[in-house]
Design a protein around this ligand. Structure first.
Ligand SMILES: [Mg+2]
Length: 263
């Protein structure tokens, strides 16, 4: 039988995350034990879902404008405007997520610049607990991200997240962003999943809309993707603040606990 264990806050959780309410250890569960037992595969977005979106927001909205202004000898405000306009032009396309595209367009080594702030790459609260639980329960965990492979590699190297999931798929592998129906077509062939028992968790409303159109029945958004911003529950999809709302755990019986003690 499934039962809820009191969860231990993620050791990487920052103080500000704790202050924002991430320490509530036993919130209501998003799924009943029966509903949860039917989920066999969990497809997980990376940035803003498993990892704190603060890194990406800080990089693009604060760090890059300063670097751009320095490089081209313009005011910070002007640099903000240039980057904002470029962002708006490409939003929803694969280029928006493509480090090669931005390195060429901005004439800046974007992947290398990310190295300067790697300390900001952090897990979101309870993510490790959640992924360990999926492994224990024999559910398949696959990261499905729009992030460029260079960005994926940087994040894996700094978190070890790749050790906690079964597979990582970047939409750049298919040359189609998750916002496009063609992405799900590729995914369905490359990583077969059953819509009846597959859960997709993603903080992007555009991606969730695309997944819903494809026929996903189980969708969840993340209400608090950036630890440094206020939560936002304005979504047409059900959602969670943190992964402790999904921490169903299978209770180990006494025998298994004894076995573990002897290891
Ligand atoms: Mg995301």
């Amino acid at each position: 039988m499934y039962t809820l264990l009191i969860s231990i806050p993620d050791s990487n959780m920052t103080d500000s995350q704790a202050k924002n309410g991430a320490t509530q250890s036993n919130p209501p569960l998003a799924y009943s034990a029966e509903e949860w037992s039917k989920i066999e595969t969990v497809l997980l977005d990376m940035d803003g879902t498993l990892l704190d979106l603060h890194f990406d927001n800080y990089f693009w909205l604060q760090f890059m404008p300063i670097k751009y202004a320095e490089l081209f000898g313009i005011e910070n405000e002007e640099a903000h405007k240039v980057l904002k306009q470029a962002s708006e032009e490409t939003l929803g396309t694969l280029n928006w997520y493509c480090l090669d595209y931005w390195s060429e367009r901005l004439n800046m080594p974007v992947a290398a610049l990310k190295q300067d702030i790697v300390e900001k790459i952090q897990y979101r609260p309870y993510v490790k607990d959640f992924l360990e639980m999926l492994k224990q329960q024999g559910k398949r965990a696959v990261i499905v991200t729009n992030a460029h492979r260079d960005s994926v590699n940087l994040k894996m190297a700094n978190t070890g997240l790749d050790q906690l999931v079964d597979r990582i798929i970047s939409s750049h592998d298919y040359q189609e962003p998750k916002e496009s129906q063609a992405f799900w077509q590729h995914l369905q062939q490359d990583e077969p999943f059953d819509l009846e028992n597959t859960l997709l968790i993603d903080d992007s409303q555009a991606v969730l809309a695309s997944a819903k159109k494809w026929g996903f029945k189980h969708l969840l958004t993340i209400f608090h993707p950036d630890s440094q911003k206020a939560p936002n529950t304005d979504s047409e999809h059900p959602g969670i603040h943190h992964f402790n709302e999904l921490l169903h755990e299978e209770r180990l019986d006494d025998q298994e606990l004894e076995k573990d003690d002897k290891k």
